[in-house]
Design a protein around this ligand. Structure first.
Ligand code: ATP
Ligand code: MG
Length: 405
């Protein structure tokens, strides 16, 4: 079928009262951004629906992109015909025949915003239902839970027919919750935490700590590749890389082994606080899940959160690893995450970190290092880049390695 339009139903935002305009405008912007490379297509966001006129752009490609845009409950590819019942009959019959299987049931569901059209919704349901019964052999009408619902919308600019409802990504439009900073490692959990934050409307920037030469270029490329996958949900993301080598070396030298990890994390959190404030973010996101590893106990959180007053949000805090993995597989980050490039934390991890560090000790061990100087040099070494969906960092890296060999 040659679809002419996609009709988009909003998610939760329909109920958001006076913020509604803001939500609809953001969704409109995000949809335009997601579809920017289909030049002839037109997006029109109304109060309760969004209409995307395809103008001959390929429906299947547009549908795949729309599935990733947060704030969309579901959508229906549809065909526009003139306000003429014969055209409605012919198109609906063709639509029904295209998907008919023996024993199938259907009903017609009509909405009308053009109240001057000569037939009302009940008349249209009856007339069109009759024509379909006459023309599609073996089909039956069923009011409750039919296999197919033929939806008819009579609008001023034509009559729109659709029979398919495709599930959207749900959530809230990215940007409506403000800006947040994700601590993105190369692991399984933090990309999932980032996805879940973006799903609730956060415009997420990705912050990655790396420690050359202890961590490879490959590990950095992997974090960028994960950022590129997450960028599919917002059109593009900022990637902020912070050099962490000097800090880790100094901590390793001066802090007792049991507190290495806690003090490292405090420094990471201090840097997150500085970067977040500098870039006007409102919260720090990470991939911690309670009890999963030593640093993810409540005592550890007390000792680490101590250095910031910003909210530290942990979308996967209560999830089991298997639940996190399931989401990682769905959003296509899992296979990347399990690639074996070590990140900075694993390399400097002590064999037996304290699972219940004391706050006063964490503070006093931290005093043994030059917090201010170390932070300043790390902040001076920050690099920021823009990452888009579909970019390939892993293979670009492979080429560099191949050249070296
Ligand atoms: P993940 O699977 O996200 O790596 P994890 O279970 O390995 O998590 P940790 O290594 O304790 O847990 O890290 C906890 C969180 O700290 C991560 O989820 C991430 O948000 C953050 N983090 C760890 N390493 C880095 C890094 N190199 N750069 C940025 N953030 C990091
Ligand atoms: Mg990790």
């Amino acid at each position: 079928m040659q679809y002419t339009e996609i009709m988009v139903r909003y998610g939760e935002l329909s109920t958001k009262g006076k913020n509604r305009r803001n939500f609809i405008d953001s969704l409109g912007r995000n949809v335009r951004k997601a579809l920017h490379d289909f030049p002839t297509l037109k997006v029109h966001a109304d109060r309760d629906r969004m209409h995307i006129s395809l103008n001959d752009e390929p429906a299947t490609d547009v549908i795949e992109r729309l599935k990733l845009v947060f704030g969309i409950q579901n959508f229906s590819p549809s065909i526009r015909v003139a306000q003429d019942m014969d055209e409605v009959y012919a198109t609906a019959i063709e639509m029904m025949k295209a998907q008919f299987k023996p024993g199938m049931t259907f009903k017609v569901n009509t909405r009308r915003s053009d109240h001057h059209f000569e037939y009302d919704t009940n008349e249209i349901n009856d007339m069109l239902g009759g024509k379909i019964l006459e023309n599609v052999d073996g089909i039956k009408v069923q009011m409750k839970q039919p296999d197919v619902i033929i939806r008819v919308e009579v609008r001023m600019n034509g009559i729109f027919l659709s029979s398919e409802t495709i599930q959207g990504a749900g959530g809230l439009p990215v940007g409506t919750a403000g800006k947040g900073m994700l601590m993105l490692s190369g692991g399984i959990d933090s990309p999932v935490a980032g996805y879940l934050g973006m799903k609730r409307g956060v415009d997420m920037e990705m912050v990655h700590f790396f420690s050359p030469p202890y961590t490879s270029e490959q590990a950095l490329a992997k974090a960028k590749q994960l950022a590129s996958t997450l960028a599919s949900y917002s059109g593009s993301v900022k990637f902020i890389q912070i050099p962490f080598t000097e800090i880790q070396e100094e901590i390793k030298e001066k802090v007792p082994e049991g507190y290495l990890m806690t003090v490292q994390r405090r420094l990471m959190m201090r840097l997150m606080d500085a970067v977040t404030r500098d870039r006007h973010g409102k919260a720090i996101f990470n991939g911690e899940s309670l009890g999963q590893v030593a640093s993810q106990t409540m005592d550890s959180m007390i000792a680490i959160n101590d250095v910031t007053t910003l909210p530290v949000l942990r979308p996967v805090i209560s999830m089991d690893k298997t639940e996190i993995i399931k989401i990682a597989e769905n959003i296509d980050t899992y296979n990347l995450s399990i690639m074996p490039f070590e990140d900075c934390c694993t390399i400097f991890a002590p064999p037996a970190p304290k699972t219940h560090p004391k706050l006063d000790r964490s503070r006093s061990y931290e005093e043994r290092i030059d917090v201010e100087g170390l932070m300043q040099r790390a902040l001076d070494g920050i690099k920021i880049s823009e990452i888009k969906p579909g970019e390939d960092y892993m293979n670009a890296q492979a080429d560099v390695f191949a050249e070296l060999l």
